[in-house]
Design a protein around this ligand. Structure first.
Ligand code: S3P
Length: 165
């Protein structure tokens, strides 16, 4: 199977859906945020604090390119589409799924979040960020999956049903 890439905004459920897919399809799991933390030996809030977003984005591009092309579910960071280079790379892949979650739902899910530097940055307009990113997620993905009001299991099933036989 060609690897499955999950893209979408923070709080769209990429990590939980990736874990569910991994169980269902019995394949590997990679998470670009986790790959960055392991490789650069620093947690994401600290990378943002000490090195800044630009460096974080460079790390993100490097690990995206290290992901496996076969038999792997790849959960990406919400900002993976910030760099055109990443978008072009993703467009060369077939199983790119955009998890399309509404602003209201994202807000509900991330209300207590303390680990996402962009979400917790009071100077950033997150609603506007989502609006700016939306067309890019749509353009990069081969499949768009609406997630509001759906259980993780149902979303994973929907993704599996779209894969080539
Ligand atoms: C980011 C999303 C985060 C993480 C970093 C930046 C973003 O990943 O990569 O905090 O720019 O949207 P999640 O989408 O898994 O929260």
């Amino acid at each position: 199977m060609e690897s499955i890439y999950l893209i979408g905004f923070m709080g769209s459920g990429k990590t939980s859906i990736a874990e569910m897919l991994q169980q269902k399809l019995n394949c590997k799991l990679q998470d670009t945020d986790k790959m960055i933390e392991d490789q650069y030996e620093m947690v994401i809030p600290r990378i943002f604090e000490e090195k800044g977003e630009r460096v974080f984005r460079e790390y993100e591009t490097a690990v995206l390119k290290q992901t496996d092309n076969e038999d792997t579910i790849v959960a990406t960071g919400g900002g993976i589409i910030e760099k055109e280079e990443n978008c072009n790379w993703l467009k060369k892949h077939r199983n790119v799924f955009f998890l399309d979650t509404s602003w209201e739902e994202i807000n509900r899910r991330l209300v207590d979040d303390e680990l996402r530097p962009i979400w917790n940055n009071q100077n950033r307009d997150k609603k506007q960020l989502l609006a700016r990113r939306l067309p890019v997620y749509r353009e990069v993905a081969n499949f768009i999956i609406k997630t509001d009001g759906k259980a993780i299991e149902a979303i994973a099933e929907e993704i599996v049903s779209k894969l080539d036989a």
